[in-house]
Write a protein that binds this ligand. Structure first.
Ligand code: ACO
Length: 422
């Protein structure tokens, strides 16, 4: 059987055979017989906007790989910075490359004093840290004039290193400001995740040492959130990047998309939902009300995964490791009960709704002391490496500017009516 499809325009009888390559068919071929007929695909649910060699995702089988490496192996054996290198450069680093990469990132963790003093401190005292982060990322473009040199390899590498390195510093600064605590400078003696926790929680001690189990948990969560192929924020990054906006402006667009509750804000919704359920006895009634159409089970279901999200499985294990240190988050029992009830209920089974990455991450963050406002910020820190990998790939592909078509459904031509006659 040929690996192709045949399209027939019934108005003209004209047919065209289009080959299927890597699971896709080229719309350029389709356009040959159907100029001016657009593929109507709201939410781009069936459109592959690009070819990409970064992440592989099989939603039916529950598989996620970065550059071919299973997410489970990376979470078990790698570090976030090694994974960031892998996503960006396509291969795992050797020892020397890894040392150099960690050193480069570590030496770019500081932010310009004006970003902190004049920019971040200019926000209202109760500003949402994610709003501050989105703006701060965009503001960085005004500090690095070489940011526009996107086809200069050295300048591109510099911005990539700066953005990955400064995310924890900006994130922690946004939190400290929003709770009225003084800014903590990076401690470059510390590894990436430990440094972030030091900037978050240090008070008066000369040196902050986070519990190693919590450092490890944050690093694993960073690995799991580093990339997820063409998700909403990565698509925003690619869209802004396709216009050749500098990486800071493009990343600010991506972070803005991650701010939305349908994307980076879902784990906050999970914590609110579990708090609202309140106790294990109420789980059954809550599930009944969801089935009756009153809201959704937060942290359940996924556009792509129609099986257990592999990241959720790893996060569930991390939750127990964190609770060994912090004490159990009382919401865990409600979450476990909810999962058990839903996975045995035909409504969820028939719709293939399983826990996603956000189902357990929120209760881990909460147990570690992060306020819910910080949840999307915690997502954005590692996703920066994925955004940048896609941005760099897009530039190397010499990709066209993203400019979709529309199916117009508005008024036909009509005559302007002066205001006094309307
Ligand atoms: N609870 C109850 N029912 C649900 C849920 C849910 N969480 N998710 C989907 N459904 C139902 C829908 O009502 C629909 O039922 P119907 O066929 O009877 O109308 C069916 O399942 C299909 O749902 P869609 O909305 O078509 O699925 P879609 O792929 O568009 O949505 C989404 C995916 C947005 C993630 C959805 O499952 C959802 O809202 N989940 C809750 C929010 C959430 O956890 N988001 C995090 C996503 S992961 C991330 O961004 C990192």
């Amino acid at each position: 059987m040929p690996d192709s499809i045949t399209i027939t325009d019934n108005r003209t009888g004209q047919s065209l055979e289009i080959p299927i390559r890597n699971g896709g068919v080229s719309s350029a071929e389709w356009q040959k017989i159907l100029p001016g007929i657009w593929f109507h695909d709201p939410g781009l649910t069936t459109t592959a906007m690009t070819e990409s060699a970064i992440s592989y995702l099989d939603g039916d089988a529950g598989i996620l790989r970065y550059r071919g490496y299973p997410i489970e192996q990376l979470a078990e054996e790698s570090t976030y910075l090694e994974v960031a290198y892998l996503l960006l450069k396509g291969e795992l680093p050797n020892e020397e490359q890894y040392k150099q990469w960690v050193s480069d990132i570590t030496h770019h963790t500081f932010i310009h004093e004006n970003v902190r003093k004049r920019f971040l401190e200019g926000f209202h005292y109760d500003a949402h840290p994610m709003g501050m982060l989105v703006s701060a990322i965009a503001a960085l473009s005004t500090f690095y004039l070489d940011a526009k040199e996107i086809y200069n390899p050295a300048a591109r590498e510099k911005q990539i290193v700066r953005l990955i390195a400064k995310m924890p510093t900006l994130a922690a600064a946004a939190h400290r400001f929003s709770v009225g605590m003084p800014f903590v400078y990076p401690d470059n003696e510390l590894p990436f995740a430990a440094n972030f926790l030091s900037m978050m929680w240090k008070v008066a001690e000369p040196h902050y040492s986070a519990n190693p189990a919590l450092v490890k948990a944050i690093d694993v969560l960073f690995i799991l959130h580093a990339d997820h192929e063409q998700n909403c924020s990565t698509t925003a990054m690619r869209t802004a990047g396709s216009a050749h906006a500098d990486p800071y402006s493009s990343a600010a667009a991506a972070a803005a998309s991650l701010y939305g509750p349908r994307h980076g804000g879902a784990n906050e919704a999970v914590v609110r939902m579990l708090t609202e359920i309140g106790s294990m006895e109420n789980v059954g009634d809550y599930v009944k009300s969801v089935k009756a159409g009153h809201g959704r089970l937060q942290g359940f279901g996924h556009r792509v995964y129609k099986n257990y999200d592999p990241r959720a499985r790893i996060i569930k294990r991390v939750a127990y490791e964190v609770f060994e240190v912090t004490g159990k988050n009382p919401l865990l029992d409600i979450a476990l009960k909810l999962e058990e009830v839903a996975l045995n209920d035909d409504y969820f089974v028939s719709r293939r709704l399983y826990p996603n990455v956000d189902f357990y991450s929120g209760i881990i963050y909460q147990a570690m002391g992060f306020p819910v406002d910080m949840f999307p910020v915690l997502f954005a820190i590692p996703r920066m490496s994925g955004w940048l990998a896609h941005w760099s790939e897009l530039l190397d592909q010499d990709s066209k500017i993203v400019r979709p078509r529309q199916v117009y459904s508005g008024a036909p031509e009509r005559k302007y009516v002066p205001i006094d006659q309307r």
